[in-house]
Design a binder for this molecule. Structure first.
Ligand code: SF4
Length: 113
């Protein structure tokens, strides 16, 4: 008779191993400056970007739709930004496989700790 708990535990271990193996690779792909330079800019047609109101220039944010937005809030000082300080285009944890403008903004903006 099959023991479902053993199978579940085995699958969890396999998933954990696969995830642990993939994380360093994902980190390298996201944070390696050479890779970041090769990534496409986040497009305004990206459905997640549209849903989060992403703009490449924080000063162009719709103030009526985002009353708590301030022009000092931008991707370069967001806790979700990745890559190198000072780069004009950088990876963001919300938009894998693309880079966002350092001067950009979206509704997920949160200050760096
Ligand atoms: Fe920019 Fe932060 Fe939004 Fe990413 S989550 S696009 S870094 S404001």
């Amino acid at each position: 008779m099959k023991q479902p708990n053993t199978l579940t535990r085995r699958k969890l271990l396999q998933l954990g191993t696969a995830t642990a193996a993939a994380l360093p690779i994902a980190h390298i792909l996201i944070t390696n400056p050479a890779q970041a330079d090769d990534l496409p800019h986040l497009g305004s047609d990206n459905p997640t970007a549209v849903a989060l109101g992403y703009v490449e220039d924080t000063t162009t944010v719709d103030k009526a739709a985002n009353p708590r937005h301030e022009d000092t809030q931008m991707c370069s000082n967001c806790t979700l930004i990745q890559g190198n300080d000072g780069d004009e285009w950088r990876p963001c944890a919300i938009f894998p496989g693309t880079v966002v403008s350092a001067n950009g903004w979206c509704k997920s903006w949160a200050p760096k700790a």
